[in-house]
Design a protein around this ligand. Sequence first.
Ligand code: 3HC
Length: 281
Amino acid sequence: MNRMGVVGCGVMGAGVAEIGAKGGCDVVVVDMFPEALEKAQARMAASLAKAEEKGKLGEPAANILARIRWSSDLADLADREFVTEVIRESLDDKVELIGRLDDILSDDAIIASNTSSIPIAQLAAASRIPGRVLGTHYFNPVPVMPLVEVVSAIQTDPSVADRTAEFCADVLGKKVIRAKDRSGFVVNAILVPYLLDAIRSLENGVASKEDIDEGMVSGCGMPMGPLTLCDMIGLDTMLLVSESLYAEHLEHRFAPPALLKRHVEAGMFGRKSGRGFYDYS
Ligand code: 3HC
């Protein structure tokens, strides 16, 4: 597989497009919002410039960028072999998109979802060829974090999962783990309760946000504190993920704390909106 498509170019989508182009693929990125495409191009150019400066690229960043086409028309994905959807975490939006991709792509193209918490079976059920749908869950920042979880739904054709795992490892340069189709897969099912506990600690007045973060960085060797990480993931995303996990498992550890909901209602989404638990303005 060499012709890759990416739908949705927020932070995660741009990251997936970047590793695809870095791996030598011809990449088409589609987002219906022209300003999102512009932002993603700037973000990717900065990310690649940083990698180039540190000697992390095997070729000039300009060559990598030249392998990417940017579009706001889904029809430009018609000849793609491997399409990853990285749109917002909404079942309705993803189901609608998969239906539209079905009309555009050839029958042997693979549709991968970067959902972090929606069961893949629900997405596969939206396709007229459910066997071609699976999950590929990346981690933020995608060009830096080595992992991808490859998730098969009960409908996924095993050869689609095998080809995808091989592609992620050999072309995208990722470490692959296989996960069952349970909301949260392997990593978020463990990580999200930890992050929600940090929010609950803040809510309960156990310590200041700075001290909660310092505790986990200096006490446990985490690369960043949990509240800083929540701001990086996006508090709106954190809320959607925790709601999906709670709906699936019905366990208190996945329930969104009121403080998280209040931040989202206030439009404080974290780094992307300039303010979350911390102020980035
Ligand atoms: N391509 C390749 N390498 C790159 C790169 C790029 N575009 N951009 C940066 N790098 C390299 C840098 O050269 C550097 O390498 P070095 O260590 O050999 O010098 C390395 O990546 C780290 O980059 P930075 O120096 O810019 O970053 P920091 O050292 O400040 O670390 C961080 C930043 C990587 C974000 C670190 O704080 C971290 O690991 N934080 C935790 C992130 C995390 O937990 N992510 C998962 C979130 S959960 C998720 O995404 C799932 C979702 O579903 C919720």
